[in-house]
Design a protein around this ligand. Structure first.
Ligand code: NAD
Length: 336
């Protein structure tokens, strides 16, 4: 299945096809120098498959985890390209989850003011969400994604066979973002989660989630309006993530964070979907700590904080909530 992402001269295609990793040269122009960026937790054979298709591959394996999204690792990638004589007509390719994707994408955006970037995502989160949209970044001073650029990939290659080596917990956490897309934009996708075993339909889920994301990104590439809907579940989710201090995955926090932003009648349906995915539906943190962290980077203007709300699957609305209203919703998903 091919999904076109329409962004004028920055348009590209996403190929969703089992086994496409072994045919990487068909979707990407690898007849040049290519910096392949992966991490130590990604099975090495995935990056090696891409390297085998390149005229000249330079493979960099960074440590796994968020710590690699740093200026120091970025510098290492840029210096590697410099040392190998990369030019404007060479390329960078990420093979891994959102960490190598965001890092390598930013390196491609910076080197010589921007060279071609390819993304081969290998986690559910990256396959259903982060590989499309062109956001690239590293972290600085403990603040996530604070230094980055919009730099669209030239192509995205999604081989669902690579997901077989992921843990169940990582699969579930990634699927939370696809549930989010169903809730805000695609009722049929949400219904699929209510009815079916998601892994038996994973390509359909990836395609549907990315189709909706591509539609949003095409109409608001630089997050000036509509793209904010992708933050559904993330305001409270970020608050929980901060309070959890590493104990919960991002997707697990988004899962809990979506519940209070749904209309009460929808919550039991969402809760049932999350339970089937083995995702948490509540947690036990201090509501004020969660609220403080949720509001951390948000300015509560005169009318309150912009929030994305869902009354029924497939559509969202934006509403300003006062900090008190947000707190009341947070309390509903926290265990005493
Ligand atoms: N750019 C965007 O639009 C966007 C959107 C959402 C999230 N993100 C970013 O994505 C990052 C999180 O992404 P993630 O959840 O993919 O994390 P990740 O890249 O850290 O991957 C999670 C773990 O899975 C391992 N792994 C990757 N592929 C594997 C495979 N096929 N088999 C076995 N293990 C594998 C990795 O080594 C890592 O330890 C965050 O930094 C977040 O900020 C970016």
């Amino acid at each position: 299945m091919i999904l076109p992402v329409s962004l004028g001269d920055r348009s590209y295609e996403v190929r969703v096809e089992r086994g496409c990793l072994r045919r990487a040269g068909e979707s990407m122009n690898l007849d040049r120098r290519v910096l392949i960026v992966t991490d130590e937790g990604v099975p090495a054979e995935y990056a090696e498959a891409v390297a085998a298709a390149c005229r000249e591959a330079v493979l960099v394996t960074v440590p796994q985890g968020e710590g690699s999204k740093s200026l120091a690792t970025l510098e290492e990638l840029l210096l590697t390209m410099l040392r190998h004589g990369f030019t404007r007509s060479d390329a960078v390719c990420a093979v891994g989850g959102g960490v190598p994707g965001d890092l390598a994408g930013f390196a491609a955006a910076c080197f010589m003011r921007g060279i071609d970037f390819y993304n081969v995502p290998t986690t559910v989160l990256a396959q259903v969400d982060s590989s499309v949209g062109g956001k690239t970044a590293v972290n600085l001073g403990g603040v996530k994604n604070i230094v980055g650029a919009f730099h669209q990939p030239r192509a995205v290659l999604i081989d669902a066979d690579t997901l077989s080596t992921l843990s169940q917990r990582d699969v579930s956490a990634g699927l939370a973002e696809a549930v989010k897309m169903g809730l805000i934009a695609d009722a049929a996708l949400f219904a699929l989660f209510e009815r079916e075993d998601p892994m038996a339909h994973i390509e359909e889920i990836i395609f549907a989630a990315l189709r909706e994301k591509a539609r949003v990104v095409a109409s608001d590439e630089r997050e000036q309006g509509l793209r904010k809907c992708l933050n559904f579940g993330h305001t409270v989710g970020h608050g929980i993530e901060s309070a959890a201090a590493g104990a919960l995955r991002h997707g697990e926090c988004v899962a809990i964070g979506m519940l209070p932003m749904c209309a009460p009648a929808l919550r039991p349906r969402l809760r049932a979907v999350l339970e089937r995915l083995h995702l948490p539906t509540s947690c036990h943190y201090d509501p004020d700590a969660v609220l403080d962290a949720a509001l951390h980077d948000k300015k509560a203007g005169a009318g309150g904080v912009d929030c994305v709300l869902v009354d029924a699957p497939g559509a969202f609305r934006l509403e300003k909530l006062t900090p008190e209203q947000l707190r009341a919703r947070i309390v509903e998903v926290l265990e005493p």
